[in-house]
Design a protein around this ligand. Structure first.
Ligand SMILES: *[C@@H]1O[C@H](CO)[C@@H](O)[C@H](O)[C@H]1NC(C)=O
Ligand SMILES: *[C@@H]1O[C@H](CO)[C@@H](O)[C@H](O)[C@H]1NC(C)=O
Ligand SMILES: *[C@@H]1O[C@H](CO)[C@@H](O)[C@H](O)[C@H]1NC(C)=O
Ligand SMILES: *[C@@H]1O[C@H](CO)[C@@H](O)[C@H](O)[C@H]1NC(C)=O
Ligand SMILES: *[C@@H]1O[C@H](CO)[C@@H](O)[C@H](O)[C@H]1NC(C)=O
Length: 345
């Protein structure tokens, strides 16, 4: 953000501004510095990588725009590529939606972390096909350089450091894996359901959002764990005799509004005795997701035009391998898979 201010005449002033903000703010607010990592609410983009122009897309702009706008938690889905040992970011089958190598996206995130030294970020991984181990994920973390930033939270320890402590240590990215975590060997890749539970994700309409524990089935320590509030809708696309589930971009401005997103956050605050840590949303640029997170965090949101709204979705496809990623030219069989994917995600 400050970079754009850099002109010949404002270089010095801007450098001072950068220093001031670097020293004062944590995730954009001085108020957050003294707050533990688990005492804040973050906007989390569901399937953050899925922003290509496709009916299966969950977002409308690249991760770089998401981060610039204030998204501070990402959900990524790791799939072993058909023809190589590479791990790709895909919707279960890479023939539905393929956002390229995990390593490439992690490299971009690592660059962002380097350029933004006062930001703390969360990455949550799904392994939808159960075909990858924790050590498989370690490879792209090492190759991308992001491993240098990985925080280690000891097993069974639900007392998190403050944002300032994480920023001072340089360990500013918290990583979770839904299955196959192995913290004895790979301590930084945390088993999500030991630290974070989630509300139900399979919601089809505004009345179906609920504040019950869905995953894991019986959290070991629900009171102290963080939680993610799933707040996105699957739509129904008629396809021959079948109905396929796809993200609902058209109603996202309602789903992500105060009447819906903030309402569920308040309901869940009542139900669980604490605010949600992660607002898990599709199309975060629609509605008021960032404003609502700021409100839940008791800070004032500085309204601005979102980077996400400046991106042309047809050119947002910078990570993908080929035009074959578009659902528009998919076979009926792959479209069926979307329904399966969505049932599991
Ligand atoms: C993988 O290999 C098969 C068979 O050689 C080929 O048809 C397919 O296009 C390849 N897929 C990718 C993503 O390269
Ligand atoms: C738990 O983790 C926090 C932060 O990482 C650390 O300060 C604390 O000492 C740990 N507590 C125990 C009992 O290990
Ligand atoms: C909303 O979805 C639930 C299932 O999640 C369903 O039981 C209910 O009938 C739906 N309501 C409407 C108005 O479609
Ligand atoms: C959502 O967008 C539609 C049309 O784009 C508009 O009619 C409606 O008022 C919007 N709703 C909210 C809650 O912003
Ligand atoms: C925000 O302020 C309200 C009212 O003063 C208070 O009840 C709540 O605990 C505060 N929340 C946070 C996250 O500080």
């Amino acid at each position: 953000m400050f970079k754009r201010l850099l002109t010949a005449t404002t270089v010095i002033a801007s450098l001072f501004a950068m220093n001031a903000s670097a020293q004062d703010a944590c995730n954009g607010y001085t108020e957050f510095c003294s707050r533990p990592y688990n005492d804040l609410t973050y906007v989390l983009t569901h399937n953050s990588y899925a922003y290509v122009a496709s009916p299966a897309a969950n977002q409308q702009c690249p991760i770089s725009a998401q981060l610039a706008d204030g998204v501070r938690a990402l959900k990524l889905s790791a799939v072993r590529s058909e023809n190589s040992t590479d791990i790709h970011l895909c919707h279960t089958s890479c023939s539905i939606l393929d956002s390229g190598k995990a390593q490439d996206t992690l490299t971009k995130i690592a660059t962002w972390l380097k350029d933004n030294p006062n930001e703390v970020l969360t990455i949550m991984w799904n392994i939808p096909n159960n075909d990858l181990s924790a050590s498989d994920i370690q490879g792209p973390y090492e190759a991308s350089g992001i491993l240098d930033y990985a925080h280690v939270q000891p097993q069974q320890n639900l007392t998190w450091p403050t944002l300032q402590e994480m920023i001072s240590s340089g360990k500013r990215v918290v990583n979770f894996l839904d299955i196959n975590a192995d913290q004895n060997s790979i301590p930084w890749l945390h088993s999500q359901y030991d630290y974070v539970f989630e509300t139900p994700y399979d919601n089809r309409n505004e009345t179906s959002f609920s504040c019950t524990v869905d995953r894991p089935p019986n959290p070991a320590n629900q009171e102290q764990m963080m939680y993610g509030m799933n707040h996105f809708l699957y739509g129904q696309l008629p396809w021959g005799d079948n109905v396929i589930q796809i993200p609902q971009s058209g109603s996202a401005n309602v789903t992500n509004s105060e009447g819906s997103l903030l309402k569920q956050a308040n309901d869940c605050d009542q139900a669980f005795g604490k605010r949600p840590n992660f607002l898990i949303v599709d199309f975060y640029n629609r509605g008021q997701t960032l404003e609502i997170a700021a409100q839940l965090n008791n800070v004032t949101y500085n309204s601005k035009e979102l980077e996400c709204d400046k991106v042309d979705p047809n050119t947002a496809n910078d990570n993908s391998d080929s035009a074959a990623n578009s659902l528009l030219i998919m076979t009926p069989f792959s479209l069926m898979l979307v329904g399966i994917v969505m049932t599991f995600m």
